[in-house]
Design a protein around this ligand. Structure first.
Ligand SMILES: Cc1ncc(COP(=O)(O)O)c(C=O)c1O
Length: 380
């Protein structure tokens, strides 16, 4: 079956956060959802369920955790016991729960910088100590400073938040890098919360997503892995994610707030996730091809412009544009004046950067690059 990602979708008047925030002249390439319709298999499953007309309190469909375990094995050769899975409504709630449950008052948490803001907010909102580890550019990839990790650990450090594939920056961490990180975590007696929501969006043909918990039993016992298919299959409004942890106590902790301060996962989230796992792979593969072409176009644009640069985006649909050469104070505003809404790098901890979401039609990407060109020309 062919999938046409060029078909325009009009997301105005759909209560979309992305498309409602700015006036209609502004092209919104900011928050991380894609402008594509979901895979036909997901649409059909939703239609069927909606047509039943009954939407009462819902439990996980029978065999749901087994299905997740099988999916993780197929995709990542990761052997997970279905019992290790805790179903959650979102990865964000998983990040906040892990922080609040695994840390005691007066402890600190390591967080890479830049990073998706909720890894950081989970710590600061829990009023715990945040220790940021600045990422470094090595061979055109944003990575952790492997040889210097120990210098960031304090006596009170308990937890590390990690994002793989990395948002922003698009790094897919290698087996060697993950092994180094796992050794560091074990040696320092830490726990790790690994946000792997972008695992299904690896674009680099030479890279492969490896869940850090899959490396060995020692690291598996110290890790909670957070995942959802909502990014890859573009249903983040539907409310379903999961945590995997082999450690019984950590698993219990991840369940603490469920059905209390954290809402139950949504019925439609189960429907989308099941359909994606069962029938979504051809759509995912076609999506990856399409995103690769969008990224190629952006990289070609950047190669022609010495005012701007970008590292190797190995995964995600998020460009990470280094605009430091422009020496701008209010980057976001300048882009908006040129009709382009991007995510300001300050949101992730790097004010001289902007993040551009290329999970949209090739036409929108070209238009976005035209507008970016205007910005750059206005600075020459
Ligand atoms: C790394 C990362 N984690 C979590 C999320 C949000 O996940 P959820 O919508 O499941 O809360 C995002 C959304 O952009 C993300 O990029």
């Amino acid at each position: 079956m062919k999938f046409d990602f060029d078909i325009p979708t009009d997301r105005h008047n759909t209560d979309s956060i992305k498309w409602n925030k700015y006036s209609t002249e502004i092209l919104p390439l900011w928050i991380a959802d894609m402008d594509f319709k979901v895979a036909p298999c997901i649409q059909e499953a939703l239609n069927q369920r909606i047509n039943l007309g009954t939407f009462g309190y819902t439990q996980a469909p029978q065999g749901f955790k087994e299905q997740i375990a099988q999916y993780l094995f197929e995709q990542y050769q990761w052997q997970v016991d279905p019992e290790w899975v805790v179903v959650l409504p979102s990865v964000i709630s998983g990040l906040h729960t892990a922080t609040r449950q695994f840390m005691q008052v007066g402890q600190s948490c390591l967080v890479p910088k830049p990073v998706y803001q909720h890894l950081r907010l989970a710590v600061t909102q829990a009023q715990q100590e945040l220790i940021e580890i600045p990422m470094v550019l090595s061979h055109n990839r944003w990575v952790l400073p492997w040889l210097e990790l120990n210098q960031y650990v304090k006596k009170n450090t308990k937890l590390m938040h990690f994002c793989n594939p990395q948002n922003p920056g698009g790094t897919v961490f290698t087996l060697k890098e993950l092994t180094t990180l796992a050794e560091f975590v074990i040696e320092n007696n830490l726990l790790i919360c690994s946000d792997e929501i972008h695992a299904g969006l690896v674009l680099d043909k030479t890279a492969k997503h490896i869940p850090i918990a899959s490396l060995n039993a020692d690291i598996s016992q110290r890790t909670v892995t957070l995942m959802s298919l909502n990014k890859t299959f573009n249903f983040p409004g539907m409310g379903l994610a999961w945590a995997v942890t082999e450690n019984h106590q950590m698993r219990k902790a991840m369940q603490t707030d469920l059905h209390a301060t954290i809402a139950e996962p949504s019925l439609l989230g189960y429907i989308c996730t099941q359909a994606a796992m069962k029938h979504g792979e051809p759509w995912r593969l076609a999506l990856i091809e399409y995103l690769r072409e969008n990224l190629k176009k952006i990289d070609a644009f950047i190669r022609k412009n010495n005012q701007i640069s970008q590292s190797n985006i190995q995964a995600t649909y998020l460009s990470w544009l280094d605009l430091s050469k422009l020496q701008l104070n209010d980057v976001e505003d300048l882009f908006l004046k040129n009709g382009l809404a991007l995510s300001p790098g300050s949101q992730f901890g790097s004010p001289a950067f902007m993040r551009l979401n290329f999970g949209t039609s090739a036409k929108n990407v070209s238009e976005g690059l035209n507008r970016l060109d205007h910005v750059l020309k206005s600075r020459k």
